[in-house]
Design a binder for this molecule. Structure first.
Ligand code: ATP
Ligand code: MN
Length: 534
């Protein structure tokens, strides 16, 4: 029998004290965390040096189990509904106390991190994990303070993530044992019953989506961003799986960030310090930057090995379609650090249209840009959210409604102001289906999408002939370097053009129907960006 050395330590913020008879490992380096994670059998080492872990029964976020505490601060500011589900302070306190009790004898991995590359808008995070690899995830995904910055570190926000702790739906005011609860006034996020690490990252994103627009007049955005040689910033909005991460990793441009950014008076800045990329069917040939980022320090989630080796089998979907890697941004060789750049010159709205209707690239005028920003059309594809196995038509306001605590019009208003003030080109990119709907057509070739985006960024479409889409009204280029012309016009890719017309009309009607709830907030100008359909 070994005697356990008890090291009672206290972690506290002004609202809770966490005391454990276990050990507290604070700010361990990636190498130490990997050692711990291996010793604790949390996963295994892959041939590239990356750490491979399973997230457990949750292989994606669980949006229906995400709550915001309803209190004085949030009661009249948060847009309550299916996305922002209220929970009371009493239930929050009860779950917090239960978690504190649960942690009493656990080894804890804690870490101090930043969210927000711009020091004017930075938030100090303290993360408390029970899994070592989760703490490595936070090291990779949040910004890493230097030694000097750690000395006087005071947390603004605390995340407690304990996958092994389950709530009791009978008495804790939650629907299920798993939960993510954001308390904006006590400045805490509690996560339990799920090992999906993305809940921590998207929890903080939701917090920033409250604080920045509401309290600081900064537009927070669900987008990736990169920078050209000439200092031109491009941002890529899009829902999960539409290509933000994939398309922002461009060898000809510098990466600012792959998922969450703020747009201030004069800059775009990354909230994060790393990337969280899908790896299903990843190949070095198609996505070399991401492939090569999967080295020591990186994490791969829910992947499997090729038989008899330690090589990752990126084709293996046996656990989930939503296999992922999380790596610090410096694993991408041409990343900008600190991740800040000027205001955007080009904005891309990425949509994975499962109906094969939206042209692969088109140019939007200001009204259309506003209309499509508010609409946020895509098809949800298998993976990131639990329960989605085939593409499903979705409108998600501002291309990120799931993470927006405020009413979408709050973000749309800021977006509109930015559009007025700055000269920007807005492009709609369909990274989804061509040649027919899902089931008949096929996904747009990544090489074509890349070529279209490059052409737009390099000004090569400036003098191309365009044709107006008869229903949606946007301008569609007839030619584009390195893309066969017939691909540019979706109707021509269908075997049955009447089928296309019917499908296009249906999609346009879905837009109109979805926009009904925003009509009262939208000006005539914005409404003129709607598709024309009767
Ligand atoms: P999330 O918000 O979940 O991080 P995301 O917008 O970053 O999602 P990606 O991780 O870039 O999405 O996923 C896009 C996936 O689609 C990748 O696996 C990519 O290889 C694949 N893909 C296939 N065809 C295309 C295309 N034409 N354009 C972009 N991505 C494509
Ligand atoms: Mn991404």
């Amino acid at each position: 029998m070994q005697n356990l050395v008890l090291e009672p330590q206290i972690l506290s913020n002004s609202f809770s004290k966490i005391q454990t008879s276990g050990k507290i490992f604070h700010n361990l380096s990636p190498a130490e965390l990997v050692e711990h994670a291996l010793a604790r059998k949390e996963g295994s080492l892959t041939s590239t040096g990356a750490f491979m872990a399973d997230t457990g029964s949750f292989t994606g976020r669980s949006p229906k189990d995400r709550y915001i505490v309803s209190n004085e601060l949030t009661e009249n500011s948060v847009w309550w509904g299916d996305i922002n589900i209220p929970i009371s302070e009493e239930y929050f306190e009860r779950i917090l106390q239960k978690m504190v009790k649960y942690l009493e004898d656990k080894d804890l991995y804690t870490r101090d991190s930043f969210a927000g590359a711009d020091t004017d808008y930075r938030m100090n995070l303290r993360v408390i994990n029970t899994w070592a690899w989760h703490n490595l995830f936070c090291n990779n995904m949040f910004l890493r303070p230097n030694q000097e910055e750690l000395k006087e570190f005071e947390p603004d926000f605390t995340i407690i993530c304990a996958p092994g702790f389950e709530a009791d739906p009978q008495e804790d005011g939650v629907k299920n044992p798993n939960f993510a609860i954001i308390n904006l006034s006590k400045r805490m996020i509690l996560i339990g019953g799920t090992g999906y690490a993305g809940e921590m990252k998207k929890g903080i994103f939701s917090v920033l989506n409250f604080i920045l627009p509401y309290q600081k007049n900064v537009l927070s955005m669900h987008c990736s961003a990169n920078l050209g040689e000439d200092g031109d910033t491009a941002i890529f909005f899009g829902l999960s799986g539409t290509g933000k991460t994939t398309l922002s990793a461009d060898p000809k441009r510098y990466l600012i960030g792959d998922d969450e950014h703020g747009w201030t008076e004069n800059s775009v800045f990354n909230f994060e310090g790393g990337c969280y990329a899908k790896v299903i069917d990843l190949s070095r040939e198609k996505e070399p930057e991401i492939f090569d980022a999967i080295k020591f320090g990186a994490i791969v989630e829910n992947t499997r090995f090729k038989k008899g080796t330690r090589e990752i089998d990126f084709t293996d979907k046996s656990v989930t379609e939503n296999t992922r890697t999380a790596y610090p941004i410096h694993h991408i060789s041409n990343a900008v650090e600190p991740s800040i750049a000027g205001v955007p010159k080009n904005i891309f709205f990425l949509t994975a249209d499962a109906f094969g209707v939206i042209p692969p690239i088109s140019k939007l005028n200001k009204s259309q840009a506003m209309y499509h920003f508010i609409s946020g059309y895509t098809a949800k594809v298998a993976g990131t959210e639990m329960g989605i196995t085939e593409p499903k038509l979705t409108f998600s306001a501002c291309f990120g409604a799931a993470f927006l605590p405020l009413h979408p019009t709050a973000y749309a208003k800021l977006f509109g102001e930015k559009m007025e003030k700055n000269e920007v080109n807005v492009w709609l990119i369909n990274t989804g289906w061509t040649g027919g709907p899902y089931g008949i057509g096929s996904r747009m070739k990544l090489a074509y999408t890349r070529a279209m985006i490059s052409a737009a960024l390099e000004g090569k479409l400036d003098f191309a002939p365009f044709a107006k889409d008869p229903i949606f009204g946007f301008e569609v280029p007839k030619i584009c370097p390195n893309v066969p012309s017939e691909v540019l016009s979706p109707r021509k890719t269908w075997n049955d053009p009447e089928g296309y017309d019917k499908q296009a009309k249906e999609l346009a009607l879905a837009f109109v129907k979805n926009f009904e709830k925003f009509r009262e907030y939208a000006s005539e100008d914005i409404l003129s960006g709607a598709p024309k359909v009767s």
